[in-house]
Design a protein around this ligand. Structure first.
Ligand SMILES: Cc1cc2nc3c(=O)[nH]c(=O)nc-3n(C[C@H](O)[C@H](O)[C@H](O)COP(=O)(O)OP(=O)(O)OC[C@H]3O[C@@H](n4cnc5c(N)ncnc54)[C@H](O)[C@@H]3O)c2cc1C
Length: 457
């Protein structure tokens, strides 16, 4: 509980209007995409870094938990008040401060929505590659704190690959800057990258400097349809193994295709057991050559249909199916658990076989949706959290999938984060020595453990 006197002190810093503690406001901020309810004590919407620094000083003194929150779209439970406290929302810090084509970089505030930023830099002929499927809602601050990826990750990498520098308010209230606008910078420890993926446990990000790349002049979008899921999976590792680097290489299995069709997203052949959605971008000649090579690759490995979009509208139609996938699957059962285990691309066929085996073994409906080109899988477990018997089977299936991914040289999470969704699995990937090291880092930044407590540490 936060006393009325302390609430008044914080109100005086952020302004009455931006201190929210009505029951309606608290409920609104009690959930994120992980869908477990944790009621905060209050929510603040600061207008600048000085206000944040002021609040952090009070919180540090009074040992009040502070939870930074972007759009709340994370699906690992990392932007809710797991142990009570105050949520900091960033929708007033939503300005693009600079776009510098000469230095190929931009400076943004954390509350900028990813898709708005993409649009703004495209006007300069530039691209900000990280493209999480949640990009129309999620914020750059949340993307940095969770090191978000997306379909373009195969060729362009993830958020950390575009991060040049940050401004951060520490739990003590001190404001630091890390990195800068230069592409090269090897001064000192890399605090910028340490913040990236820290899930809001080390500091409050108030400014972000990112690298931009030229917008590719041409692209080709192909959809390859298979009668056999395994053939689609082996095509993926063959394409990557042959040194072709598509921009995106997405895989959807029959379960996902069925749901998309029922949802009205698109129609697929009755014979289709899997679809690969592949995009290449670059100079015209290169795109043409790569498109042809990929088409041949797919046909040689069993695709019975390869469609190539002739116009941007057709490309959009092909992408429409992939975009509706999450929403469509979510409509099938009361809940959908989105797994995120990730393996080296070579192991993709093996992990997909494992998913099919686990679904069968535990009698569960699991769809396979994957950013296949970088080995990032999203098995979609359709279930009902209220059904305790089924949830016990879901839990066993999750453990088996996580174990398989780790055994194959993979990781617990490729992009969705640990949060409270996967904290219990940390020792499967990390030794005690590594975990102690991470706890030590946390203590240096946040000795009183006020920032996003109850996290993966
Ligand atoms: C339909 C759907 C599709 C998705 N697709 C993808 C995908 O393709 N790729 C992907 O990577 N993820 C995906 N996600 C997960 C999620 O959208 C991303 O993790 C995203 O980066 C979260 O951004 P957000 O603004 O919603 O942040 P939030 O969910 O609000 O917060 C995420 C984390 O960032 C911290 N945080 C937020 N702002 C700050 C700040 N200013 N300073 C310090 N810490 C901060 C929070 O404490 C929390 O730990 C998807 C989610 C949904 C629901």
């Amino acid at each position: 509980m936060i006393s009325d006197a302390i609430k008044d002190e914080i109100r005086a810093i952020v302004g009455h209007e931006w201190f929210l503690d009505s029951p309606e406001d608290l409920v609104t901020y009690s959930y994120d995409g992980f869908l477990r309810e944790f009621m905060p004590d209050a929510v603040i919407v600061p207008g600048d870094k000085e206000e944040i620094a002021g609040v952090m000083k009070v919180a540090n003194r009074e040992r009040i938990n502070i939870i930074p929150r972007g759009a709340g779209t994370n699906i690992c439970g990392s932007s809710v008040a797991r142990e009570g406290g105050i949520i900091i929302a960033f929708h007033r810090l939503n300005r693009i401060l600079e776009i510098e084509p000469e230095s190929m970089c931009a400076v943004v505030q954390p509350g900028v929505v990813n898709a708005d930023f993409q649009k703004a830099v495209a006007a300069y002929g530039l691209m900000y590659p990280p493209d999480p499927a949640s990009m129309f809602v999620s914020t750059i601050g949340g993307n940095v704190a969770l090191n978000a990826g997306g379909p373009r990750g195969v060729k362009y990498g993830v958020t950390r690959d575009y991060l040049l520098g940050l401004e951060v308010v520490l739990p003590s209230g001190e404001i630091i800057r890390t990195g800068g606008k230069t592409l090269k910078n090897v001064s000192g420890y890399n605090l910028t990258q340490l913040m990236c993926g820290s899930e809001g446990t080390l500091g409050i990000i108030t400014e972000i400097i990112v690298r931009l790349v030229p917008l590719a002049p041409a692209k080709a979008t192909l959809q390859a349809t298979y009668r056999d899921l395994d053939h689609a999976a082996t095509t993926v590792s063959a394409i990557i193994g042959a040194g072709i680097v598509p921009t995106t290489l997405e895989l959807m299995d029959r379960t996902v295709l069925d749901v998309i069709s029922d949802y009205g997203g698109a129609q697929f052949s009755d014979e289709a057991q899997a679809v690969l959605l592949i995009e290449v971008d670059g100079e015209d000649i290169l795109v043409e050559a790569q498109g042809k090579r990929i088409e041949a690759f797919c046909r040689e490995r069993g695709a019975f249909q390869v469609e190539r979009a002739g116009t941007p509208e057709e490309a959009d139609r092909l992408w429409q199916a992939r975009r509706t996938a999450f929403g469509a699957v979510a409509s099938l059962r009361p809940n959908c658990i989105v797994e995120d285990a990730t393996v080296p691309v070579k192991m993709l066929p093996a992990i997909i076989r494992k998913i099919v085996e686990v679904a069968d073994k535990y009698d569960l409906q699991i769809g396979v949706l994957a950013h296949a080109g970088d080995g990032n899988l999203h098995p979609l477990i359709m279930t009902d959290l209220r059904d305790t018997e089924e949830m016990a089977r879901v839990d066993q299936a999750l453990v088996e999938l996580v174990d398989a991914a780790i055994e194959m040289g993979g990781t617990l999470t490729g992009e969705h984060g640990i949060g409270i969704a996967k904290d219990r699995f940390m020792t499967k990937e990390f030794s005690q020595a590594s975990i102690q090291l991470m706890r030590g880092i946390k203590r240096v930044f946040d000795p009183h453990n006020i920032l996003n407590p109850g996290s993966f540490l």
